[in-house]
Ligand binder design. Structure first.
Ligand code: PLP
Length: 305
C-alpha cells in the first residue's frame, strides 16, 4: 500500500471517501508529531475475517494518548464497532491491515497540548501481505540508540517515536540488511525498529523487559502467553549485545512482521542459519490462532461477518 487503501475511511464518526479524508496544513501533529496510532491485522480464514486483539490495540491507543495528555474522543468500544463497520462497508473479506490514528488538530504553534486540545481520530484499512519475505531475515545492530523514557517514552506508540525507527531502518537498508536492532542507552538490547525481540538460549526464551526502552507489543504479550502455555520458560530481563551472537535462535514479533526468525545478525549466522525449532513451533501456533483454528484463543478474535 503506497497511495490508496479501501474506498472508505472512518473519520471522526463519519464514513468518508479516501480522497475526501483531508486535513488542514496547520494540523499540530504534522508539525510536532503529536499523534498516536495502532497497527492491527485482520486475517481471512475459511469461515470469517477475524481481527486480532482489536480491543487491546484500541485500549493501547488511549493509553498512548494519555501519556501526552490528549484524548481520543471515542471510547475503545466505539472504535471497535467502527472498525468492524468500516470493514463491512468496504466489503472487505481479504486479510488486511487496520490503522487507527488519533492526532492533535488545529492548536497553533502552542506546545502545551492538553485534554482540551482538539483531536481527530481516523481508521484506515488497506490490503497487506507478509511484511518480510521468506522464513528468516538478516539484521544488524544499529548505530542509533533507541529513544528512551528520559526523553521520548517508547511505551507510548506515538508518531514522533518513529523518526528514531526511520533512521535505524535507513541505516540497515543502506548496508544491505532487512531490519535493525536498537540498543538502549545502557547498551542493552531494546527492540527492532518496528518489532520486539526474543532470543532462545538453553531452550528458554528471553526478551528485554519493559524498562529496556521497548513498546509493550501485543504480539510480544501474545508470544509470552502462548510460549508459556506450550511449556517454555520465558524470562524478561536485560540482554547484552553479545548474547545475540550466542543465541541458539532469535526472532522478532510484531503485528506487521508477525513472528519472523532472524537467521543472521551482524554477519554472524544464528543457529544453523535457518528458522529454529522453537521459533517454528511458536510461529505455527500463532498462525493457527489468528485464523481461528485454536478454540482456546477465540476470545482474541473479533469476527467481522
Ligand atoms: C517499535 C515497535 N516495537 C514493537 C512493535 C510490536 O508491537 P505489536 O506487537 O503490538 O504490533 C511495534 C509495532 O507496533 C513497534 O512499532
Amino acid at each position: 500500500m503506497k497511495d490508496k487503501g479501501a474506498d472508505l475511511v472512518w473519520f471522526d464518526g463519519q464514513y468518508v471517501k479516501w480522497e475526501e479524508a483531508k486535513v488542514p496544513i496547520m494540523i499540530h501533529a504534522l508539525h510536532y508529531g503529536t499523534a498516536v496510532f495502532e497497527g492491527i491485522r485482520a486475517y481471512s480464514s475459511d469461515d470469517n475475517l477475524y481481527i486480532f486483539r482489536l480491543k487491546e490495540h484500541l485500549e493501547r491507543l488511549h493509553k498512548s494518548a494519555s501519556v501526552y495528555s490528549f484524548t481520543t474522543k471515542f471510547s475503545a468500544d466505539e472504535l471497535c464497532n467502527a472498525t468492524v463497520e468500516l470493514i463491512r462497508k468496504n466489503s472487505i473479506k481479504e486479510s488486511c491491515y487496520i490503522r487507527p490514528l488519533t492526532f492533535v488538530g488545529l492548536h497553533g504553534i502552542d506546545l502545551n497540548v492538553s485534554k482540551h486540545s482538539p483531536t481527530h481520530t481516523t481508521i484506515i484499512i488497506f490490503p497487506f501481505a507478509k511484511y518480510f519475505k521468506g522464513d528468516g531475515i538478516s539484521v544488524c545492530v544499529s548505530s542509533w540508540r533507541r529513544i528512551d523514557d528520559e526523553s521520548i517514552p517508547p511505551m507510548a506508540k506515538a508518531s514522533g517515536n518513529y523518526l528514531n525507527s526511520v533512521l535505524a531502518t535507513q541505516e540497515c537498508r543502506r548496508n544491505g540488511y532487512d531490519e535493525s536492532i536498537l540498543l538502549d542507552k545502557n547498551g542493552c538490547v531494546s527492540e527492532a525498529s518496528g518489532e520486539n525481540i526474543f532470543i532462545v538460549r538453553n531452550g528458554k526464551l528471553h526478551t528485554p523487559q519493559l524498562s529496556d526502552s521497548i513498546l509493550e507489543g501485543i504480539t510480544r504479550n501474545t508470544t509470552i502467553e502462548i510460549a508459556e502455555e506450550m511449556g517454555y520458560e520465558v524470562i524478561e530481563r536485560p540482554i547484552s549485545r553479545t548474547e545475540l551472537y550466542l543465541a541458539e535462535e532469535i526472532f522478532l514479533t510484531g503485528t506487521a512482521a508477525e513472528i519472523i526468525a532472524i537467521t543472521k545478525i551482524d554477519g554472524h549466522t544464528v543457529g544453523n542459519g535457518k528458522e529454529g525449532t522453537v521459533t517454528r513451533t511458536i510461529r505455527e501456533y500463532y498462525e493457527n490462532i489468528v485464523v481461528g483454528k485454536t478454540e482456546k484463543f477465540m476470545g482474541w478474535l473479533t469476527p467481522t461477518w
